[in-house]
Design a protein around this ligand. Sequence first.
Ligand code: 2HA
Ligand code: ZN
Length: 270
Amino acid sequence: MKSILEAPFVRELVRTISAMYAQGWDERNGGNISILLDDAEVAPYLDLNTVLRRIPIGFKEPSLAGKLFIVTGTGKYFRNVELDPAANLGIFRIASDGETAELLWGYTDGGKFTSELPAHLMSHAARLSVDPGNRVVMHCHPDNLLAMTYVHDLDERAFTRTLWQMETECIVVFPEGVNVLPWMLCGTNEIGEATAEKMKTARLVVWAQHGIYSAGADLDETFGLIETAEKAAKIYMMTSHLPIRQTLTDADLHQMEERFGVKARAGYLD
Ligand code: 2HA
Ligand code: ZN
């Protein structure tokens, strides 16, 4: 068996976690990531039949039964993951009952998966129902997106339009816009269900006064979505208190749609 620390999916996850920490998106134990893995990519590194521990997940997600995930651990600091991936990450399979995690690797200090597992697994199920290529769900606390939820209307169309106007390429990166949840208690099945519902129509879901969720085919896509939305939010926070002399118009954004072959969310542009 090859060392799992050399597996591309572990290396890329660790690299991404360090990059997120460097961006300032993951103070203390803030943030969490989950990746759906194929049995074939894990098999060279792990015996898929050796279950180390069985951990109840606290909800039922039968559509994910039999699927493998690598997930950040609860209470773990993104700053430390690169120093000890095996203590800070875990790989588990969702058992056939749809409500038990069968741990195959990681959480070596006796820990378990993130407290936000409901939002992660329910979002995976929701994204897979609209996009079978979805593999990654990512959560973090980017400064400017968070700040924006204190001063901007939380209406999804208005929030999306502002982000699109703050940087030309936003509409190309997230043409479906961003969905927004009002503040809710984190770590619960309720916020998981609400997030998953929002994930059916957009890959970005803002949690007001908390942070953001993103979903995509790989770590580059999910990281890039947050990076782009956060950059736009930063421009908003830099300019919204100043007299605005010009901005992107809907006509400009329609030109971007045409040039880049994307379609903005229906009804979001005039
Ligand atoms: O635990 O970000 O939302 C880390 C979090 C919870
Ligand atoms: Zn959080």
